[in-house]
Design a protein. Structure first.
Length: 301
Protein backbone atom coordinates (compact mmCIF):
# COMPACT_ATOMS: atom_id res chain seq x y z
CA UNK A 1 0.00 0.00 0.00
CA UNK A 2 1.25 3.44 -0.90
CA UNK A 3 0.36 6.15 1.56
CA UNK A 4 0.55 9.90 1.72
CA UNK A 5 1.92 12.06 4.50
CA UNK A 6 -1.28 11.68 6.51
CA UNK A 7 -0.98 8.08 7.72
CA UNK A 8 -4.36 8.16 9.47
CA UNK A 9 -6.13 6.99 6.30
CA UNK A 10 -5.20 5.47 2.94
CA UNK A 11 -4.22 7.97 0.28
CA UNK A 12 -3.70 5.56 -2.57
CA UNK A 13 -4.57 1.89 -2.64
CA UNK A 14 -2.73 0.22 -5.50
CA UNK A 15 -4.44 -2.75 -7.12
CA UNK A 16 -3.40 -4.59 -10.24
CA UNK A 17 -5.12 -7.66 -11.65
CA UNK A 18 -2.69 -10.53 -12.32
CA UNK A 19 -1.88 -11.15 -15.96
CA UNK A 20 -4.56 -13.35 -17.50
CA UNK A 21 -7.13 -12.39 -14.86
CA UNK A 22 -9.41 -10.91 -17.52
CA UNK A 23 -10.11 -14.31 -19.00
CA UNK A 24 -13.01 -14.76 -16.62
CA UNK A 25 -14.24 -11.18 -16.80
CA UNK A 26 -17.10 -11.93 -19.15
CA UNK A 27 -18.63 -14.10 -16.43
CA UNK A 28 -18.52 -11.18 -13.99
CA UNK A 29 -20.56 -8.81 -16.15
CA UNK A 30 -24.25 -8.89 -15.28
CA UNK A 31 -25.19 -7.29 -18.57
CA UNK A 32 -23.58 -5.41 -21.42
CA UNK A 33 -20.56 -3.16 -21.31
CA UNK A 34 -21.31 0.10 -23.14
CA UNK A 35 -18.24 1.94 -24.41
CA UNK A 36 -19.03 5.56 -25.31
CA UNK A 37 -16.12 6.83 -27.39
CA UNK A 38 -13.74 4.43 -29.15
CA UNK A 39 -10.80 6.76 -29.68
CA UNK A 40 -7.21 6.16 -28.61
CA UNK A 41 -7.86 5.51 -24.91
CA UNK A 42 -11.23 3.82 -25.28
CA UNK A 43 -9.86 1.72 -28.12
CA UNK A 44 -6.76 0.73 -26.10
CA UNK A 45 -8.96 -0.42 -23.23
CA UNK A 46 -11.26 -2.37 -25.54
CA UNK A 47 -8.26 -4.08 -27.13
CA UNK A 48 -7.05 -5.10 -23.67
CA UNK A 49 -10.42 -6.58 -22.71
CA UNK A 50 -10.71 -8.55 -25.94
CA UNK A 51 -7.14 -9.84 -25.66
CA UNK A 52 -8.02 -10.96 -22.13
CA UNK A 53 -10.96 -13.03 -23.30
CA UNK A 54 -13.96 -10.71 -23.13
CA UNK A 55 -16.54 -11.74 -25.72
CA UNK A 56 -17.38 -9.16 -28.37
CA UNK A 57 -21.10 -9.81 -27.99
CA UNK A 58 -20.97 -8.36 -24.46
CA UNK A 59 -19.82 -4.96 -25.75
CA UNK A 60 -21.75 -2.19 -27.47
CA UNK A 61 -19.84 0.83 -28.77
CA UNK A 62 -21.35 4.26 -29.28
CA UNK A 63 -19.14 6.23 -31.63
CA UNK A 64 -20.21 7.81 -34.92
CA UNK A 65 -16.71 7.75 -36.42
CA UNK A 66 -14.11 5.55 -34.71
CA UNK A 67 -10.58 5.50 -36.17
CA UNK A 68 -10.17 2.98 -39.03
CA UNK A 69 -8.06 0.58 -36.98
CA UNK A 70 -10.64 0.55 -34.17
CA UNK A 71 -13.50 0.10 -36.62
CA UNK A 72 -11.65 -2.88 -38.11
CA UNK A 73 -11.26 -4.38 -34.64
CA UNK A 74 -14.98 -3.95 -33.95
CA UNK A 75 -15.83 -5.78 -37.14
CA UNK A 76 -13.28 -8.51 -36.47
CA UNK A 77 -14.80 -9.29 -33.07
CA UNK A 78 -18.41 -8.78 -34.15
CA UNK A 79 -18.93 -5.85 -31.78
CA UNK A 80 -22.07 -3.82 -32.31
CA UNK A 81 -21.40 -0.13 -33.05
CA UNK A 82 -24.09 2.55 -33.10
CA UNK A 83 -24.13 6.32 -33.55
CA UNK A 84 -26.60 6.76 -30.70
CA UNK A 85 -27.52 4.05 -28.25
CA UNK A 86 -30.97 3.47 -26.77
CA UNK A 87 -32.80 0.88 -24.71
CA UNK A 88 -33.88 -1.13 -27.74
CA UNK A 89 -30.23 -1.87 -28.53
CA UNK A 90 -29.51 -3.26 -25.05
CA UNK A 91 -32.76 -4.83 -23.92
CA UNK A 92 -31.80 -4.22 -20.28
CA UNK A 93 -29.67 -1.82 -18.24
CA UNK A 94 -25.95 -2.33 -18.89
CA UNK A 95 -23.50 -3.50 -16.25
CA UNK A 96 -21.02 -0.74 -17.11
CA UNK A 97 -21.17 2.52 -19.03
CA UNK A 98 -17.63 3.63 -19.79
CA UNK A 99 -17.46 7.29 -20.81
CA UNK A 100 -14.36 7.75 -22.97
CA UNK A 101 -15.26 10.84 -25.00
CA UNK A 102 -13.35 14.11 -24.80
CA UNK A 103 -14.24 16.30 -21.80
CA UNK A 104 -15.27 19.13 -24.15
CA UNK A 105 -18.19 17.13 -25.55
CA UNK A 106 -19.11 15.14 -22.44
CA UNK A 107 -21.97 17.46 -21.48
CA UNK A 108 -23.51 16.96 -24.91
CA UNK A 109 -23.08 13.19 -25.00
CA UNK A 110 -23.71 11.97 -21.46
CA UNK A 111 -27.33 13.11 -20.92
CA UNK A 112 -28.48 10.83 -23.74
CA UNK A 113 -26.58 7.89 -22.28
CA UNK A 114 -27.45 8.51 -18.62
CA UNK A 115 -31.02 7.25 -19.03
CA UNK A 116 -29.65 3.77 -19.77
CA UNK A 117 -28.18 3.39 -16.28
CA UNK A 118 -30.07 1.04 -13.97
CA UNK A 119 -29.76 0.46 -10.21
CA UNK A 120 -26.87 -1.99 -10.70
CA UNK A 121 -25.06 -0.07 -13.46
CA UNK A 122 -21.74 1.65 -12.74
CA UNK A 123 -20.84 4.74 -14.78
CA UNK A 124 -17.07 4.80 -15.26
CA UNK A 125 -15.48 7.98 -16.64
CA UNK A 126 -11.93 8.46 -17.92
CA UNK A 127 -12.53 12.11 -18.89
CA UNK A 128 -10.21 14.62 -17.23
CA UNK A 129 -11.80 17.44 -15.26
CA UNK A 130 -15.32 15.97 -15.11
CA UNK A 131 -16.44 15.65 -11.49
CA UNK A 132 -18.62 12.95 -9.97
CA UNK A 133 -21.32 15.59 -9.45
CA UNK A 134 -21.31 16.49 -13.14
CA UNK A 135 -22.44 12.92 -13.90
CA UNK A 136 -24.78 12.54 -10.93
CA UNK A 137 -26.92 15.48 -12.00
CA UNK A 138 -27.98 13.57 -15.13
CA UNK A 139 -28.63 10.27 -13.31
CA UNK A 140 -31.35 8.89 -11.08
CA UNK A 141 -30.46 9.19 -7.37
CA UNK A 142 -28.35 6.33 -6.05
CA UNK A 143 -26.60 5.48 -9.31
CA UNK A 144 -22.95 4.39 -9.05
CA UNK A 145 -20.29 6.70 -10.53
CA UNK A 146 -16.51 6.22 -10.67
CA UNK A 147 -14.32 9.10 -11.85
CA UNK A 148 -10.79 8.32 -13.01
CA UNK A 149 -7.68 9.89 -14.44
CA UNK A 150 -5.57 7.57 -16.63
CA UNK A 151 -2.40 8.54 -18.50
CA UNK A 152 -1.05 8.03 -22.01
CA UNK A 153 1.28 5.06 -21.31
CA UNK A 154 -2.03 3.17 -21.17
CA UNK A 155 -1.65 2.92 -24.95
CA UNK A 156 1.16 0.38 -24.40
CA UNK A 157 -0.32 -1.26 -21.31
CA UNK A 158 1.95 0.65 -18.91
CA UNK A 159 -0.44 3.31 -17.68
CA UNK A 160 -1.70 4.03 -14.20
CA UNK A 161 -5.27 5.09 -13.48
CA UNK A 162 -6.40 6.76 -10.26
CA UNK A 163 -10.07 6.41 -9.30
CA UNK A 164 -12.61 7.86 -6.88
CA UNK A 165 -16.09 6.46 -6.21
CA UNK A 166 -19.34 8.00 -5.10
CA UNK A 167 -21.32 6.58 -2.18
CA UNK A 168 -23.40 4.30 -4.42
CA UNK A 169 -20.40 2.29 -5.63
CA UNK A 170 -20.39 -1.20 -4.11
CA UNK A 171 -17.41 -3.48 -3.50
CA UNK A 172 -18.52 -5.44 -6.57
CA UNK A 173 -18.55 -2.26 -8.68
CA UNK A 174 -15.11 -1.31 -7.40
CA UNK A 175 -13.64 -4.73 -8.15
CA UNK A 176 -15.14 -4.72 -11.65
CA UNK A 177 -13.78 -1.23 -12.42
CA UNK A 178 -10.34 -2.24 -11.15
CA UNK A 179 -10.39 -5.25 -13.42
CA UNK A 180 -11.49 -3.25 -16.46
CA UNK A 181 -8.91 -0.53 -15.92
CA UNK A 182 -6.15 -3.06 -15.29
CA UNK A 183 -6.26 -3.82 -19.00
CA UNK A 184 -4.20 -0.65 -19.54
CA UNK A 185 -1.88 -0.79 -16.52
CA UNK A 186 -1.97 -0.27 -12.77
CA UNK A 187 -5.00 0.98 -10.85
CA UNK A 188 -5.32 2.91 -7.59
CA UNK A 189 -8.13 4.47 -5.54
CA UNK A 190 -8.41 7.63 -3.47
CA UNK A 191 -11.24 8.41 -1.09
CA UNK A 192 -11.16 12.22 -1.49
CA UNK A 193 -12.17 13.53 -4.94
CA UNK A 194 -9.96 16.60 -4.49
CA UNK A 195 -6.97 14.26 -4.74
CA UNK A 196 -7.93 13.41 -8.32
CA UNK A 197 -6.66 16.89 -9.22
CA UNK A 198 -3.33 16.09 -7.55
CA UNK A 199 -3.17 12.74 -9.33
CA UNK A 200 -3.89 14.56 -12.58
CA UNK A 201 -0.88 16.79 -11.92
CA UNK A 202 1.41 13.88 -11.00
CA UNK A 203 0.47 10.91 -13.19
CA UNK A 204 -2.02 12.36 -15.68
CA UNK A 205 0.31 15.14 -16.83
CA UNK A 206 3.45 13.33 -15.67
CA UNK A 207 4.36 11.68 -19.00
CA UNK A 208 4.83 15.16 -20.49
CA UNK A 209 7.35 15.97 -17.74
CA UNK A 210 9.30 12.80 -18.56
CA UNK A 211 9.24 13.59 -22.29
CA UNK A 212 10.48 17.12 -21.56
CA UNK A 213 13.26 15.70 -19.39
CA UNK A 214 14.27 13.51 -22.33
CA UNK A 215 14.26 16.51 -24.68
CA UNK A 216 16.35 18.58 -22.29
CA UNK A 217 18.84 15.77 -21.70
CA UNK A 218 19.31 15.36 -25.46
CA UNK A 219 19.75 19.11 -25.96
CA UNK A 220 22.32 19.22 -23.18
CA UNK A 221 24.22 16.42 -24.91
CA UNK A 222 24.21 18.34 -28.20
CA UNK A 223 25.37 21.49 -26.40
CA UNK A 224 28.26 19.48 -24.94
CA UNK A 225 29.30 18.24 -28.39
CA UNK A 226 27.30 15.12 -29.25
CA UNK A 227 25.70 14.56 -32.63
CA UNK A 228 21.99 15.44 -32.48
CA UNK A 229 20.75 11.98 -33.49
CA UNK A 230 23.07 10.20 -31.08
CA UNK A 231 22.12 12.54 -28.24
CA UNK A 232 18.43 11.86 -28.88
CA UNK A 233 19.03 8.09 -28.89
CA UNK A 234 21.08 8.22 -25.70
CA UNK A 235 18.49 10.32 -23.88
CA UNK A 236 15.46 8.28 -24.99
CA UNK A 237 17.09 4.91 -24.28
CA UNK A 238 18.35 6.09 -20.89
CA UNK A 239 14.94 7.35 -19.77
CA UNK A 240 13.10 4.29 -21.10
CA UNK A 241 15.62 1.85 -19.65
CA UNK A 242 15.70 3.58 -16.27
CA UNK A 243 11.90 3.47 -16.13
CA UNK A 244 11.86 -0.25 -16.86
CA UNK A 245 14.58 -0.88 -14.27
CA UNK A 246 12.55 1.04 -11.69
CA UNK A 247 9.40 -0.88 -12.63
CA UNK A 248 11.07 -4.26 -12.23
CA UNK A 249 13.09 -3.41 -9.14
CA UNK A 250 11.89 -3.75 -5.55
CA UNK A 251 14.11 -0.83 -4.59
CA UNK A 252 12.83 2.75 -4.14
CA UNK A 253 13.98 5.38 -6.66
CA UNK A 254 16.23 7.01 -4.07
CA UNK A 255 18.19 3.76 -3.63
CA UNK A 256 18.44 3.24 -7.39
CA UNK A 257 19.79 6.79 -7.68
CA UNK A 258 22.34 6.16 -4.93
CA UNK A 259 23.44 2.95 -6.64
CA UNK A 260 24.44 4.95 -9.73
CA UNK A 261 26.24 7.66 -7.75
CA UNK A 262 29.89 7.12 -6.85
CA UNK A 263 31.33 9.55 -4.25
CA UNK A 264 32.80 12.59 -6.02
CA UNK A 265 32.20 10.98 -9.43
CA UNK A 266 30.54 12.33 -12.55
CA UNK A 267 26.97 11.53 -11.44
CA UNK A 268 27.69 13.10 -8.05
CA UNK A 269 28.80 16.30 -9.78
CA UNK A 270 25.61 16.46 -11.84
CA UNK A 271 23.38 15.75 -8.86
CA UNK A 272 24.89 18.67 -6.95
CA UNK A 273 23.18 20.86 -9.54
CA UNK A 274 19.91 18.91 -9.83
CA UNK A 275 19.51 18.55 -6.04
CA UNK A 276 20.31 22.15 -5.13
CA UNK A 277 18.05 23.07 -2.21
CA UNK A 278 17.14 26.48 -3.65
CA UNK A 279 16.57 25.91 -7.35
CA UNK A 280 17.00 22.20 -7.94
CA UNK A 281 14.74 19.69 -9.64
CA UNK A 282 12.65 18.99 -6.53
CA UNK A 283 11.68 22.65 -6.11
CA UNK A 284 10.96 23.00 -9.83
CA UNK A 285 8.81 19.85 -9.86
CA UNK A 286 6.81 21.01 -6.84
CA UNK A 287 6.01 24.28 -8.60
CA UNK A 288 5.02 22.40 -11.75
CA UNK A 289 2.72 19.98 -9.90
CA UNK A 290 1.16 22.84 -7.93
CA UNK A 291 0.45 24.72 -11.18
CA UNK A 292 -1.10 21.65 -12.81
CA UNK A 293 -3.21 20.92 -9.72
CA UNK A 294 -4.58 24.47 -9.68
CA UNK A 295 -5.42 24.27 -13.37
CA UNK A 296 -7.14 20.90 -12.94
CA UNK A 297 -9.38 22.38 -10.24
CA UNK A 298 -10.15 25.37 -12.44
CA UNK A 299 -11.19 23.09 -15.28
CA UNK A 300 -13.31 20.97 -12.95
CA UNK A 301 -15.15 24.07 -11.81
Amino acid sequence: MLTGRDHSRPFFIAQTAPQGEYRNMQGRLDGKLVLVGAGKMGGAMLEGWLAGGLSGDQVVVQDPAPPPEIDAMLQRYGIQRVDHIDGTVLGQAPAVILMAVKPQIMDNVFPGVARLAGPDTVVLSIAAGKTVASFERHLEPGRAVVRTIPNTPAAVGRGITVCVANAAVSDKHRALCTELLSSIGEVGWVEDEDLIDVATAVSGSGPAYVFLLTECLAKAGVSAGLDEQLAARLAAATVAGSGELMRQSNLPPSTLRENVTSPNGTTFAALQVLMNEEDGLEQLMRRAVDAATRRSRELAG
